[in-house]
Design a protein around this ligand. Structure first.
Ligand SMILES: Nc1ncnc2c1ncn2[C@@H]1O[C@H](COP(=O)(O)OP(=O)(O)O)[C@@H](O)[C@H]1O
Ligand SMILES: [Mg+2]
Length: 286
């Protein structure tokens, strides 16, 4: 397992090769077409009869980080929820590791999340009375990892990320430590896709920089795909690629002179025949 100070990333090979096209040579010397870990195409989503995402196309490859930026209400969190399978889009495809997420039903969806996705939220969403170790191990135990390996992995991860594992309830940690614990919790199931929704939004600058540095090192070190929603240009600037959403549509530039200035989709009325709204999958049960 890697340590934060390691020189050579384990998945350097995956991380540094061409992403969009051509082929990749695997460690065994085989040549394979590059398939993105996350592939979103033609994604459209409406909530309450209002278009929230329109024709979104986005890929995130193994070992790659993508920052998703855009003003508040532009659909960033909704896009993450579509990758997670919490929201059913009205059109388009979300394919993760070859799995067609939109078609999955309850149990398969829970399994898909457990086996493929780790997620970090703005406020960590950890259980405050439990120690960081218990929070992280709990995620592993719920995912079916045995007790001993769950605790071993949790201790290792927290050590790597510089968080005290035991002896302190999570509530007593600093904001930066809590977010690092939240990242450890997301990683304990070894997901191939890591999603983060404003992971540094509640931190001061020093903690923001420390958490962002650790987060953006993960794709190269672990070969996972990282999709980070952020308002913060200092955070977005660390990603391999930056994708800007505006009124639910991907634009080439986020805001300012290069961005399209025309009226957005927000607040527009539903067209006749347009599906009413997307179905919220209130299925955190997994
Ligand atoms: N559950 C919901 N009910 C009604 N409207 C929602 C809901 N979730 C999101 N929206 C609306 O969808 C739009 C996009 O929201 P969101 O994806 O949260 O934006 P962002 O994360 O970019 O701030 C916003 O206009 C928001 O008000
Ligand atoms: Mg949001």
């Amino acid at each position: 397992m890697w340590r934060m100070g390691d020189k050579k990333p384990v998945n350097d090979d995956l991380a540094t090769r061409g992403r969009e096209n051509a082929a990749r040579t695997t460690l065994s010397g085989e040549t394979r077409a590059v398939t993105p870990t996350v592939s979103i195409d033609g994604l459209a989503c409406s909530i309450g009869g209002r278009a929230v995402l329109e024709n979104v196309r986005l890929t995130v490859d193994h070992g790659e980080s993508v920052a998703l930026v855009g003003p508040s209400g532009s659909g960033k969190s909704t896009l993450l929820m579509c990758v997670l399978g919490m929201i059913k889009p009205r059109a388009g495809r979300v394919v993760v590791n070859g799995i067609d997420v939109v078609r999955l039903r309850r149990r398969a969806l829970a399994r898909y999340r457990r086996e493929n996705i780790g997620i970090v939220f703005q406020f960590g969403e950890l259980l405050p009375e439990l120690t960081p170790m218990e929070n992280v191990a709990l995620a592993a135990l719920l995912a079916g990892v045995g007790r001993r390996p769950a605790y071993r992995r949790s201790r290792e991860l927290l050590g790597e990320l510089g968080v005290p594992a035991t002896g302190t309830p999570t509530a007593h940690l600093s904001g930066g430590e809590r977010q690092r614990a939240a990242v450890a919790r997301a990683l304990v199931t070894e997901p191939s896709v890591l999603l983060a929704d404003e992971p540094t939004g509640a931190l001061d600058h020093a903690n923001r920089d420390a958490v962002a540095e650790m987060l953006f090192a993960l794709p190269r070190r672990r070969g996972c795909a990282l999709l980070v929603v952020t308002h913060d240009e200092a955070v977005a600037g660390r990603a391999d690629r930056r994708v800007a959403l505006r009124d639910g549509v991907i634009v080439s530039a986020p805001e300012g002179p290069e961005g399209p200035e025309g009226p957005g989709e927000r607040g527009r009325a539903r067209e006749p025949g347009e599906p009413r709204e997307c179905e919220e999958w209130a299925r955190r049960s997994g």
